[in-house]
Design a protein around this ligand. Sequence first.
Ligand SMILES: Cc1ncc(COP(=O)(O)O)c(C=O)c1O
Length: 490
Amino acid sequence: MNHIPEEFNTFLGPKAENAELLLSLLKKVLDTQTGWRKSAYPDDPGLYPAKETTISKLETELDKFLERSKKNYPYFHPRYMAQMLKDPSLPTVLGMLTFVLSNPNNHAYEGGPVTTEMEMEVTEMLLKMCGYKEGWGHLASGGSLANMEALWAARDFYKQGKVYFSEVSHYSWKRICTILRIDEFEEIPVDRNFRMDLNKLEEDLKKHRAMFVMANCGSTGAGSIDDLEAIISLKDKYGFHLHIDAAYGGFFRTLLIDEAGNNINNAEATPLTEYSFRQLRAIEHSDSVTIDPHKQGLISYGAGAVLYKDENLRSGISNTAPYTYHKTDKPNIGMFSLEGSRPGAMAAACYLTYKVLPLNSSGAGGIIGNSIAASRKLYELISGSSKYKNLCYPDIDINCFYKTGAGTDFEDINNATLNVYSQLSVEAENPDFILSKFILPASIGSRLLPEFTNKTNANFNALRAVLMKHWYTMNDFYYLRKLVEKLEEI
Ligand SMILES: Cc1ncc(COP(=O)(O)O)c(C=O)c1O
């Protein structure tokens, strides 16, 4: 049996290996919460007699509900690699349950003083992880809302100028421009590595006044990281607000920080490539960042975050109300967040998780780093196959590849890849593995893949594996070897 790092045990595990541990910790949470209720206003009588209650409707419906819960895909399992879904850490579950039971709302300080303080501490941890020496921010329900708030704050602060992002950016960006009625936006083409073509960006910057450039650190489709270092040089030359959508890739910055909180200055001391390492380091020179704890940050869904370097960006979006924010000497996060009510339980989940697994290379990074190693291994295994080809080298942990057995004919390759997808995806009855697709629109596919012949107007389909589960490195990459065996078999 391989040595299992301690931080790996902070998850329930694909075979519920840590079920006993979770049960005993859940009991501790319940005992504390029930004890607190019993001791609050001790002189008041109880409203119910303390007895063994049974509610038959609840029991029956719960049984049906639990049965139904198993009909989802097994997102916790290493064989599921389709989308950004993984096992939340145990501290997340415990932190969340504790405060779900008392239900604070982090909109105003008085709605959740403890969890508001926790949210402020989590924000400090995230700012530090991103290398921001000063700044502010808060949690959000997800990356889309975080992105929207950042562009809203920038629009109302700078007032004019054009918005830029690459053509493989998350779909939320175009929607946000529509919602905010920003007509002046430009989607910049990408190169073969799905990184923004900076010559194209600069051509446009020469002609137009830029307000906001959004760069990706982990694009949704292929996990690509734009050349942030070069974009920062453009920012120095042309002057614009640089926002980084690090919703997915931002937590890899934990790999750049040692246990004592100091910078790790050498890419070779991390699992990252030199390129990715340098771009992650460059995040500290941006003006704002979207970074989602609910993606690579080990937290369950419902936790995005947005960070800003400059306090002044609050001015355009600040809000007050006659019936709340009564504690004026304390942070009322709702005064400067797009969203109103937000669960204190989510802040608590992040807080407890990052206390157990600090945002450095031996805490959370000790887990997340395995995804990089796994992704590199899968790239190698696919490179060694005569039937499949990698679409690009993964900047982080999302691998895209396609079936080549069919020669260079565009339609044959597409059909061969789609045939594999139909057997290894949510479309199959009992798939051995569950992958997703990365679909390139015809306009992008024909530009980026000149080697294909007989190109039609059809989209190009690649298979996509999101390797965010840290278990892939275990047992000599067991699941990745099995995946490639299966792919070869088809
Ligand atoms: C790069 C990136 N930005 C933003 C988002 C949107 O995040 P959410 O789905 O949490 O709203 C995603 C989601 O996958 C993403 O990958």
